[in-house]
Design a protein around this ligand. Structure first.
Ligand SMILES: Cc1cc2nc3c(=O)[nH]c(=O)nc-3n(C[C@H](O)[C@H](O)[C@H](O)COP(=O)(O)OP(=O)(O)OC[C@H]3O[C@@H](n4cnc5c(N)ncnc54)[C@H](O)[C@@H]3O)c2cc1C
Ligand SMILES: NC(=O)c1ccc[n+]([C@@H]2O[C@H](COP(=O)([O-])OP(=O)(O)OC[C@H]3O[C@@H](n4cnc5c(N)ncnc54)[C@H](O)[C@@H]3O)[C@@H](O)[C@H]2O)c1
Length: 503
């Protein structure tokens, strides 16, 4: 049995915590069952955005006719695109060799499972098993696709984002494709494949695409998708899958009328949501509590119900975005490994977690929708401003009344005139949302307990003191502690704190 100061399970956002522990000279064990770098680098944000950027270019060129730019034979070169994205994915191998250089770091390539409090059993990928103990254990095991149990699906076969950026990556784009799911993954891939020339059908269970967006934004994306030729079928319950020659066929039932229809394509891409990677982890053996869906419950300091165990990122079920996982990892690095006393600990505030979907056009939001704000008892005032009303919007080609004229929609508290939410659909929405994030995360915040019963003695006393924390908008810390949608160009300007930390 090997003892460590810290065990970190997962090498996505958790690497921020690992780095902080190593910098303190602590003895750290990393356990990783797959590729170093986790979802974002290997099969998530980065490879999809390499593809989305190429798809955007195609779409922009096609749309540029209105401003006097025309081009013939615009097409996506699958080989060039594939080469670029696999080159980027390949870079994540460097993360493992980086950690191998630390004398105070041990790497275990295998699957971690709790065996008892403070004790982890690792089933090594190379065979065999080791037992590890540690004072502190950080769980950052992420999530994976939640494949629906649909009769015939396993027999006929399908891809997910994991297998697509793995053994199922196609040599050329599909002739036709069904996307099962109309959330961010389904919509981003629908945009990518539509631009690549694939005949795309998107089957969505909900009555809206991107149901977490403001309804007007969902409607805008739906309209754009249909204009580009994506066949969107809303409010559908897939009931079975069969094969017909070289095509895969999904039978769907309309959830209102009950009408059945068959949809066929070369491939089925399942993007129907995610589930936490806790199935192999046995958290209960260390009294780490999970919710009904298997997500590990954490408080505002990322503590779990087990003393000495913290959980961050997708596995805790709060906003599955890379920038949110990084935010939590930085809080833990600060609180646990920077010699800070509890009085200066940071805590997580989830009121201003931004979300961007990289469709064409992009959508971005932070804060509450109008419906959420009303439900929370605010007296709400909303306002809308369109791209066409600005000089740059006109230059981009938008005129009042254009069906694709994007907009900003603001949700404001009528009494205090505080911004409760900002929602954008249109070019560069991922960048335009940043000032709203900074405004909402800046200023003075009071500690809001999450899961009151999860509390170490330090957290109990911090809560009793009703702590507040102020982020002056022009401070370097404010730049760091405000989230930045990942991967957006706002990261170029929001890097400030890192620069000064290293000078
Ligand atoms: C297709 C796609 C596109 C996305 N695009 C974006 C985007 O544009 N912007 C954005 O913000 N977010 C995006 N996301 C979400 C984002 O990727 C995740 O929120 C983020 O990567 C989560 O980081 P994490 O550190 O929590 O987990 P992960 O990065 O998933 O890391 C978890 C690691 O733990 C390992 N692991 C799991 N179980 C065990 C175990 N028992 N033992 C040992 N190791 C284990 C896994 O192998 C993995 O490497 C996207 C996701 C997908 C799937
Ligand atoms: N740009 C980004 O930041 C980005 C991009 C991709 C993914 N992500 C993250 O990854 C997470 C997972 O994304 P996702 O799109 O898979 O999940 P999701 O849960 O957001 O969306 C899944 C959609 O599939 C639909 N659905 C569920 N079961 C279905 C079925 N059987 N048939 C048809 N439709 C079905 C649901 O109605 C839902 O709208 C997201 O929550 C998001 O935070 C982020």
């Amino acid at each position: 049995m090997q003892h460590y100061d810290v065990i970190v399970i997962g090498t996505g956002a958790a690497n921020i915590v690992t780095d902080a522990a190593l910098a303190q000279g602590l003895h750290v064990a990393i356990v990783e069952r797959g590729s170093f770098g986790g979802t974002c680098l290997n099969r998530g944000c980065i490879p999809t955005k390499v593809m989305v950027t190429a798809a955007n270019r195609i779409r922009e060129i096609k749309e540029s006719r209105r401003i006097g730019v025309t081009a013939e034979n615009i097409r996506l070169d699958w080989d060039v695109l594939s080469k670029r994205l696999w080159k980027k994915i390949g870079e994540s191998a460097g993360i493992k060799s980086y950690y191998e250089k630390f004398p105070n770091c041990e790497i275990y390539c295998g699957t971690a499972a709790f065996a008892a409090p403070h004790t982890i059993s690792v089933t090594l990928n190379s065979g065999g098993n080791v037992m590890l103990t540690a004072d502190k254990i950080i769980v950052a095991t992420g999530a994976h696709t939640n494949v629906p149990s649909l009769p015939g699906l396993e027999e006929v076969g399908y891809v997910t984002s994991e297998s697509f950026f793995g053994s199922s990556y196609p040599e050329k784009t599909y002739g036709s494709l069904i996307l099962l799911g109309g959330g961010p993954i389904g919509c981003e891939f629908a945009h990518i494949f539509n631009a690549a020339g694939t005949d795309v059908t998107l089957i969505q269970h909900n009555i809206r695409l991107l149901p977490r967006e403001e309804p007007s934004i969902s409607a805008h994306i739906l309209h754009s998708f249909r204009r580009y030729g994506i066949d969107v079928k809303l409010n559908q319950e897939p009931v079975s899958v069969t094969r017909c020659g070289r095509l895969k066929v999904i039978t769907c039932r309309d959830r209102t009328t009950g009408k059945l229809q068959e949809i066929s394509a070369e491939e089925i891409f399942v993007a129907s949501g995610i589930r936490p990677a806790t199935d192999l982890l046995c958290p209960a053996k260390a009294s780490v509590r999970m919710d009904k869906r298997g997500y590990i419950e954490t408080n505002e300091f990322l503590e779990t119900t087990s003393e000495g165990v913290w959980a961050l990122g997708d596995v805790n079920g709060r906003a599955p975005f890379r920038h949110k996982a990084n935010y939590e990892a930085e809080i833990l690095a600060h609180n646990l490994f920077s010699h800070h006393t509890p009085e200066t600990w940071r805590w997580a505030d989830y009121d201003a977690v931004p979300a961007v979907t990289y469709t064409y056009p992009e959508t971005a939001h932070v804060g509450l929708t109008e419906a959420d704000a009303i439900q929370r008892g605010f007296d709400v005032k909303t306002a809308m401003h369109r791209y066409s009303s600005t000089a740059k919007g006109y230059a981009l080609g938008y005129e009042p009344g254009d069906e694709d004229d994007g907009f900003l929609r603001l949700v404001v508290d009528r009494k205090t005139r505080t911004i409760l939410g900002a929602h954008i659909v249109g070019p560069e929405a991922s960048i335009l949302i940043q000032p709203f994030i900074n405004a909402m995360m800046g200023g003075t915040h009071t500690l809001q307990p999450i899961h009151e019963d999860i509390a170490s003695p330090s957290v109990r006393s911090l809560r009793a003191n009703h702590l507040t924390r102020t982020l002056p908008p022009n401070s370097i810390a404010a730049f760091n502690e405000c989230m930045t949608p990942h991967p957006s160009l706002s990261e170029l300007v929001m890097w400030t704190r890192y620069y000064y930390d290293h000078k």
